[in-house]
Design a protein around this ligand. Structure first.
Ligand code: FAD
Length: 459
């Protein structure tokens, strides 16, 4: 058996169901061919496709749908996994997938209750998503909303606007000082439930792990959403998701010059922030959006809201209960609004289709951008759970959970998902509360704590 890490070009589009087991794989003497069925297409960013082949191959061919185009995957890496079956080191009662704020908060709360656990993280250290976010971004909420359990409030001022870099440093210190059990560079490929022992088998880049409970804390950032637009995969126009954007120099590198036309698709917060950053760096920016732009508050109202909104959220929760709808995160009302009003950023309706070096909009206008940047959001990172039959709520389209546990797969829990328990569950301020709730729940079902396993408080 060999695993294949397929390193695609960031622009390559492959169809839905292309993860292991769904594509048709044929293997000859020295070539493996992976055929995708002819159905809906989804975007899979670099390094996101994993197939299980019977052995390593010299050549790997990816056969794309519709066009029957064959892409020779010269950068495919075939390798034999290090461990194929669980050993005692790979056993844990509770395995957490992901060492972001959710995974770390839960591990801390579990250790506080004397419950050992293991965190599997695909990145080289904790806070992988925060490493990849735009370089100069600041968190959208004050420090008081973003500290993890056990951290004194006073580390920063209550209303301090913490930067991405500071937050990342804090996450690393947090994991280190509480000695949280993180196995980095361990990507989870699939999770299955044994039919006899009811334990989970977790296949990773570092072998197979076994556990009684799995908590998925894999977040959203690993699964950027890109809408399917006719002609997109054949067009010569480079296309990226904002998940691949860190600073304006990235754009220069992609388009090979320091100025040019960038078409941003989207109309919410990150579209507005990146629009301002790119315009400031000398790029010409255009915006395509399907529905009207809604602007948030300008700088003065924002100053007030930044301090007040945690209280307003609590009030909303009290009045509307756990089913209260999620907060919309609109485009900032200051500079982005002015750039659009002055015509410095031209706006267009949705893209109808891509042509070779042009995009055609729904109103018939055309544009020749040097780059299309999708600020179209993220979906929960769940593809490693695709072999489990997860119940989905028909009304909301979200996973069906009961107190954070899947209603169809007992022992599988989710932390950090929108409406896990309420509309705050996707954000750190909600994750902090949900982690304590889940740890308490697991503690009740696992029994008494071991006194010597309590973590130290984080400085
Ligand atoms: C630009 C931006 C700004 C944001 N600002 C804020 C803010 O100010 N306040 C706020 O509360 N929220 C903010 N968010 C949302 C924020 O991402 C979450 O609140 C927070 O990071 C969620 O933590 P998490 O642990 O659930 O997810 P993440 O931080 O995304 O962590 C998930 C971890 O799981 C790992 N992982 C994923 N798949 C696998 C796998 N198959 N195997 C192993 N490991 C895996 C990832 O590498 C990652 O380390 C922002 C999001 C974005 C995109």
């Amino acid at each position: 058996m060999a695993l294949v890490d397929f390193r695609s070009d960031a622009n390559l589009r492959v169809p839905a169901g292309s993860n292991r087991g769904h594509a048709f794989v044929s293997e000859t003497d020295n070539t493996a061919k992976i055929n995708f069925p002819d159905n809906v297409q989804i975007y899979i960013p670099a390094r996101r496709l994993h197939f299980t082949l019977r052995r390593p191959y010299e050549n790997l061919a990816i056969v794309l749908p519709a066009s029957n185009q064959v892409t020779t995957c010269s950068r495919a890496v075939t390798r034999t996994p290090a461990v194929r079956s669980p050993n005692s080191e790979n056993q844990a009662e509770i395995v957490i997938i992901g060492a972001g704020p959710a995974g770390l908060s839960l591990a801390f709360e579990l250790q506080r209750r004397g419950l050992p656990c293991l965190i599997l993280e695909k990145g080289s250290s904790v806070g992988e998503s925060w490493k990849k976010m735009p370089r100069d971004m600041k968190l959208l909420s004050p420090w008081k909303c973003n500290r993890l359990p056990g951290t004194p409030n006073k580390r920063f001022g209550r209303h301090y606007e913490i930067s991405r870099a500071e937050f990342l440093e804090y996450l690393n210190e947090y994991a280190e000082s509480a000695a949280l059990p993180v196995r980095a560079e361990t990507a989870v490929y699939s999770v299955e439930k044994g039919p006899h022992d009811n334990r989970f088998r977790i296949e990773t880049s570092r072998g197979v792990f076994c556990s009684r409970v799995v908590v998925n804390a894999a977040g959203y950032f690993s699964n950027p959403f890109v809408p399917q637009i006719a002609g997109g995969s054949e067009s010569a126009i480079p296309q990226r998701h904002v998940a691949d954007y860190r600073e304006p120099q990235d754009v220069s590198l992609i388009i090979g010059k320091s100025t040019g036309l960038v078409l941003i698709v989207g109309k919410r917060l990150s579209a507005g922030q990146i629009m301002v950053e790119l315009a400031g760096a000398g790029f010409t920016v255009a915006l395509a959006h399907r529905t009207p732009i809604r602007y948030g508050s300008g700088p003065f109202a924002w100053w007030f809201l930044f301090r007040m909104f945690p209280w307003l959220e609590l009030l909303k929760l009290k009045l509307k209960g756990t089913q209260a709808p999620s907060n919309d995160v609109p485009m900032p009302g200051g500079l982005p609004r002015r750039l659009i009003a002055r015509g410095q950023v031209q706006t267009f309706p949705q893209i109808e289709r891509f042509e070779r070096d042009e995009v055609l909009f729904a109103d018939g206008r055309r544009l020749k951008p040097d780059l299309v940047l999708y600020a179209t959001g993220f979906r929960p990172a769940l593809e490693h759970l695709s072999s489990l039959e997860l119940a989905i709520c028909k009304q909301s389209g979200r996973l069906e959970l009961q107190d954070l546990e899947s209603t169809s797969v007992p022992g599988l829990y989710f932390l950090g998902l929108d409406h896990g328990r309420n509309f705050r569950s996707r954000f750190i301020r909600g994750i902090r509360e949900d982690a304590a709730f889940l740890a308490e729940r697991l503690h009740r079902s696992f029994g008494r704590p071991l006194p010597d396993q309590r973590p130290v408080a984080v400085a």
